[in-house]
Design a protein around this ligand. Structure first.
Ligand SMILES: Nc1nc2c(ncn2[C@@H]2O[C@H](COP(=O)(O)OP(=O)(O)OP(=O)(O)O)[C@@H](O)[C@H]2O)c(=O)[nH]1
Ligand SMILES: [Mg+2]
Length: 443
């Protein structure tokens, strides 16, 4: 699809900096640039992919000295004619340069509109478009690596190859629809079932990365929970490396949940300090305790903090729970270390590195980092892969019960449709709007 209008935006964040960039894309990009830009050397011509030094003119005066780079369709990010004006990085200056481009015939771009055009023009599939935003938003090295692999097409290619496999099965099956009198012979039936099972396994493998994907993009949700005064807030402060939460010898100090993010050895953690869990008549503290319950429910990992000097009745360990025995600095030299617990002192910092190591092990991200494939899917991919898997399961069941091939074909076509939506081969305006509206302006 080619767009009739030409869009422009400041592609760099607002603020002072060495350079800001105004990006223009569309059929009139070069004509617009010719109206507002003048090379310093009269004989310099605007040639694609060559940077030219010149000035931006406003009412005959020089607004700024800039570097202009142009690209000719289809060899550009959007696949259209494009111009990038690198001016000095001032808020007013970049806004004025943009305004001149708009007055010269461009329209202000919507968020993500450049990437959307790149998608429409077949430069990138949807998984790559999403990867661009993941790269921009990445806050840890691992998240960045995963996003960059997605941009290189790891996920997109896997989906396309899976789609090819399913397509082959459909073709195979549809050959039988044309000859209804013959019916599918048992050997072919077995072969088809095997192929569908194989596609199901590949889909499941991708689905298994959904949690990793969420954790990479949003961080591991950790609830720090336990009885009042166990040292939960002290532990939060230790992990953050700053005095974020109030610490006091009075039980019931923390009333509300406090959430902060920390990057611990390259992994993003969203730490929530909670109100100590106890029965109370104080309505404010009760609300705090209720909030603690919700934080615990939503957590990927719970740090159950107990006071090592005042052992609680042996706590029930949840699957996603790490038992942390705090205040070991108060234990006598001969006192036994609490069994099945990470002994730490939030006061001295003892045991903290081992606790962080245990937390990282519990996320499973270490294996992910060690593996060569970092395809970690997002929530949109997850929903679509789930419906792919459902359709494949139905198709497998139909084939194995020797149902008419038309019925299995319908299911397989539904699987193809879901896979197509992931890469954007079967797009709907609705999905696209949802994805691109979350982009930055100018991207
Ligand atoms: N000696 C020692 N004292 C600690 C340690 N951790 C916390 N404390 C003390 O224990 C008391 C309670 O600490 P907090 O961090 O406020 O405990 P909390 O679990 O957040 O308590 P609530 O918010 O009331 O639920 C404070 O007086 C801290 O100084 C530790 O490792 N060693
Ligand atoms: Mg507290």
């Amino acid at each position: 699809m080619s767009h009739a209008d030409t869009i422009a935006a400041v592609a760099t964040p607002p603020g002072e900096g060495a350079i800001a960039m105004v990006r223009i894309s569309g059929p009139d990009a070069i004509a617009i640039v010719n109206r507002i830009f003048e090379p310093f050397t009269a004989k310099s011509k605007i040639v694609p992919r060559r940077a030219i030094y010149g000035r931006i003119k406003e009412n005959g005066e020089t607004l700024d000295q800039v570097l202009l780079t142009t690209f000719q369709a289809p060899s550009s990010f959007t696949g259209e004619d494009m111009a990038e004006i690198s001016c000095h990085g001032g808020i007013l200056l970049s806004a004025r340069t943009l305004e001149l481009a708009l007055r010269a015939g461009a329209r202000a771009a919507e968020p993500g509109e450049f990437s959307q055009r790149a998608f429409y023009n077949g430069k990138i599939d949807l998984t790559r478009a999403e990867a661009i935003m993941d790269i921009i938003r990445a806050r840890t090295p691992l998240a960045l690596r995963a996003a960059s692999q997605q941009l290189e097409g790891r996920l997109g290619n896997e989906i396309l190859s899976l789609r090819d496999d399913v397509f082959d099965i459909v073709v195979h099956l549809e050959a039988w629809i044309d000859f209804p009198e013959e019916g599918i012979d048992p050997a072919t039936g077995r072969q088809l079932t095997e192929k569908i099972t194989n596609a199901m396994a590949r889909t499941s493998r991708l689905l298994d990365t959904a949690d990793d994907g969420r954790i990479l993009r949003e961080g591991v949700r950790v609830a720090i929970a336990g009885l009042p005064n166990a040292g939960k807030s002290s532990l939060l402060n230790r992990l953050l490396g700053m005095e974020r939460a109030i610490v006091n010898e009075q039980p019931g100090t923390t009333r509300d949940t406090i959430e902060e993010t920390a990057c611990l050895r390259g992994i993003l953690f969203r730490l929530t300090d909670t109100a100590g869990l106890r029965e109370t008549l104080d309505p404010v503290e009760r609300e705090g305790v209720a909030r603690s319950g919700r934080a615990i429910e939503n957590a990927d990992l719970i740090l159950h903090v107990v006071d090592a000097t005042a052992p609680e009745p042996s706590p029930t360990l949840h699957e996603k729970e790490i038992l942390v025995a705090n205040k070991i600095d108060l234990l006598g030299p001969d006192a036994p270390m609490p069994a099945h617990a990470c002994g730490i002192s939030s006061k001295t910092g003892e045991g903290l590195p081992a606790l962080v190591e245990t937390m990282i092990q519990a996320t499973g991200l270490r294996q992910l980092a060690a593996g060569d494939s970092l395809a970690a899917i997002n929530a949109r991919h997850k929903t679509l892969l789930e419906s792919t898997l459902e359709s494949l399961q139905s198709a497998a069941a139909l084939v194995s019960t020797n149902a008419p091939p038309e019925l299995s074909a319908v299911e397989l076509r539904a699987a193809l449709d879901s896979l197509g939506r992931i890469v954007g081969a079967t797009d709907t305006e609705e999905i696209l709007g949802g994805i691109f509206s979350r982009f930055c302006i100018g991207k």
